[in-house]
Design a protein around this ligand. Structure first.
Ligand code: HSE
Length: 424
């Protein structure tokens, strides 16, 4: 049977993994790989591959049936992919930013051109979770997806917790292991999780969520002492992507949370990802596995390529993998309209009345306190105080926080984190 011709955009960590897997599969011929620097040595046998620094060599080649995009970035790539689709090429991409920002236009264009765009590797690395949401759980009305969706931040938080590693050292190690984005601020400042959560929300709820409306907070403010105090309170700190239906609309956000230590998400360690899905028929399902790194991500990319190839060989190929998402965009609810319990760390003067001031600020804004802990005093006379509230509105908590910031006994607000709530 004739081989299916593939062109790869990008031969970085993931691209090299994809090239390795496809080289071992007799059904495919990788004809092209487009790279920024064609002279750079690569950890993959490219003897039969034409390496070019002109992506249009691939786009213009009518033999190429499947375009694999593992280059990352958005602007140039978006234009290349649109042109590839218009020329009848099927696309497999790992690009979460691209799908989160332009998925609606891309799928519409693909539909008009009778081609398929697959993106299993865009969320959850090697975990087959897009196909699970799109196909395996079709019989369900999904009420919530909550997950650990970034390998880098989970690796950093786990290293800080288990080995006492510093933030910067753990991030450097995640970079070395090939988990981190080209600009690791995308990982640690929450962008990557926001893109992935947007994609999951769009798939789960059937309408493209505007990524700009998704609230995000990164993990850079979290210290090892937050991790150990959270543990004393019975929690682990995890970077979470959360998408749930609410009476007022869709609640979609990406931020670190205190996850109860007994919840299955709390035990997801290292670069692993996991997603917890609540469906009307199935109940609760958790998928867990490697969320980043060369071969796990290549596994998801090549899985898509093989699925696509099988479909292409059917006598009446139709792009039936297209996600059932309404192209009309919806907005995530404003974070101000959400509710959570909160963890707050602050530094205050070690003087009489400090706890009273805090109690007053919370009481005045109707925020009920669950626990309060003061531990030691620094040489400069500052006391670190940690509080846990009961569930409250974001608005009330923000008002209390503003009042606390203005109190003369407050030296500095450290970090405020939300507490994960079990699905009701
Ligand atoms: N930087 C991403 C992560 C890669 O750490 O999860 C996988 O999307």
């Amino acid at each position: 049977m004739a081989k299916i011709t593939v062109g790869i955009l990008g031969l970085g960590t993931v691209g090299s993994g994809v090239a390795k897997l496809l080289a071992d599969d007799a059904r495919f011929r990788v004809k092209w790989a487009a790279v920024r620097d064609a002279s750079k040595p690569r950890d993959v046998d490219l003897a039969r591959v034409r390496v070019t620094d002109r992506p249009f060599d691939i786009i213009d080649d009518p033999e190429v049936e499947i375009l694999v995009e593992v280059a990352g970035g958005v602007d140039t790539i978006y234009e290349l992919i649109k042109t590839g689709i218009e020329r009848g090429k099927h696309v497999v991409t790992a690009n979460k930013e691209l799908i989160a920002k332009h998925g609606s236009e891309i799928f519409e264009l693909a539909h008009r051109n009778n081609v398929t765009v697959l993106f299993e590797a865009a969320v959850g690395g090697g975990i087959p979770l897009i196909s699970t949401l799109q196909r395996g759980l079709q019989a369900n009305r999904i009420s919530r997806v909550a997950g650990i969706l970034n390998g880098t931040t989970n690796y950093i938080l786990t290293s800080m917790e288990q080995r006492g590693a510093g933030f910067d050292a753990a991030l450097a190690e995640a970079q070395r292991l090939g988990f981190a984005e080209a600009d690791p601020r995308d990982d640690v400042e929450g962008f990557d999780v926001a893109y992935k959560t947007t994609i999951l929300a769009s798939l789960a709820f059937g309408s493209f969520v505007d990524v700009e409306s998704v609230y995000k907070q990164g993990i850079t403010g979290i210290t090892d002492s937050d991790i150990s105090v959270a543990r004393e309170f019975g929690y682990k700190i995890k970077m979470i992507g959360l998408a749930q239906r609410r009476a007022g609309g869709l609640d979609v956000r990406a931020h670190p949370m205190l996850v109860p230590a007994r919840h299955p998400l709390a035990s997801v360690e290292g670069s692993n990802n996991a997603i917890f899905i609540s469906g009307s028929a199935v109940g609760e399902v958790m998928l867990l596995g490697p969320g980043a790194g060369q071969m796990p991500t290549a596994s998801a990319v090549v899985g898509d390529v093989i699925n696509l190839a099988s479909a292409l060989r059917l006598p009446d190929f139709a792009p039936y993998f297209q996600p059932a998402i309404d192209s009309k965009r919806s907005q995530a609810c404003s974070i101000e309209d959400c509710e959570s319990a909160f963890y707050l760390r602050l530094e205050a003067t070690d003087t009489p009345g400090v706890i009273g001031n805090l109690g007053h600020a919370f009481g005045a804004h109707n925020v009920s306190l669950n626990s309060i802990l003061q531990r030691g005093v620094t040489a400069g006379g500052a006391a670190t105080i940690v509080l846990l509230t009961h569930k409250t509105s974001e608005r009330s908590f923000a008002r209390a926080l503003r009042e606390i910031e203005s109190q003369p006994t407050t030296r500095r607000i450290g970090v405020a984190l939300r507490v994960f709530e079990q699905a009701s």
